[in-house]
Design a protein around this ligand. Sequence first.
Ligand SMILES: *[C@@H]1O[C@H](CO)[C@@H](O)[C@H](O)[C@H]1NC(C)=O
Ligand SMILES: *[C@@H]1O[C@H](CO)[C@@H](O)[C@H](O)[C@H]1NC(C)=O
Length: 328
Amino acid sequence: MAPQRRGVPKAPEGSGTAQRRRRNRCGWVIALVFSVLSTKSVRAPREMWRKWLRTAVLGACAALAALLLWCSLGGDDGVTEVLAHRGEVLLGRFIEVPCSEDYDSHRRFEGCSPRKCGRGVTDAVITRDEAQRIRSVAEKGLSLGGSDGGASILDLHSGALSVGRHFVNLYRYFGDKIQNIFSEEDFQLYRDVRQKVQHAIAQAFGISASSLYLTKPTFFSRINSTEARTAHDEYWHAHVDKVTYGSFDYTSLLYLSDYLDDFGGGRFVFIEEGANKTVEPRAGRVSFFTSGSENLHRVEKVHWGTRYAITIAFTCNPDHGIADPVFT
Ligand SMILES: *[C@@H]1O[C@H](CO)[C@@H](O)[C@H](O)[C@H]1NC(C)=O
Ligand SMILES: *[C@@H]1O[C@H](CO)[C@@H](O)[C@H](O)[C@H]1NC(C)=O
């Protein structure tokens, strides 16, 4: 793999909303200790008051010491900022980061190839209902196969479906019977969702939606906590999409299940010096970003439950474009 060059991210525009988790947790307890100290009544006789004060101060010191110890041993591995909390409904959050040089070694398409780089999250593009319906399509398709390891994919474009330790071509394998499995409405929904995501990306990066082409691989994923059996199951490694798949210019993910309701672990993490930024999946949430090493990322291992998502990738190069799947 080529060395990964990364730009230093600018201070995020919406950083006021991103939370430093551990600091918040500690800040909250400190505030509590002081509010308890300051709300006690001072009407007790002087002696009593002195005694009480001594006890309170000692108690507070002990509490603070315990708290500091707790903070320094805290459960998180490093500092993590939440870019999109599972409970939030985001109308659109966008953070610009300087572009890496990854795009320079590819043919440039003016008005499309990233000059403005960054990452965005929105809950306003795909409804919960659409997410629920598209998830049913994913469940239906993936129920026909499934990896022996924890990560299965279904690609409606190429027909690739995980089965055991391999992939089969769904369309070849099932032939005409595929019409008993999927309907025209399923494919229409898939196309609609893709189109909405494409427009959201174009708008956020100030480019024309018609300059973007769907590219491969674009696929459904289903992840559970079963141990990996082959390299295809190892989804959790940090990577750069433009390095892994040369054609990608803009990557998007549409989440189809809810973090902590449907599964644990499995958060998306932008890896950065200082503090990693997480996106907590939420059904209907679209997360998108330029595909270069300014957006090095990984997915945490899923610890329990099942996580569904769609990866939808776009390229600026029409030669790398793929067509929507059609129901024939
Ligand atoms: C960010 O994530 C990477 C990869 O998981 C990890 O090695 C690193 O320690 C994390 N950084 C911080 C500051 O937590
Ligand atoms: C995870 O999914 C696989 C199929 O891909 C299945 O065989 C396995 O039983 C599932 N594991 C859990 C813990 O549900």
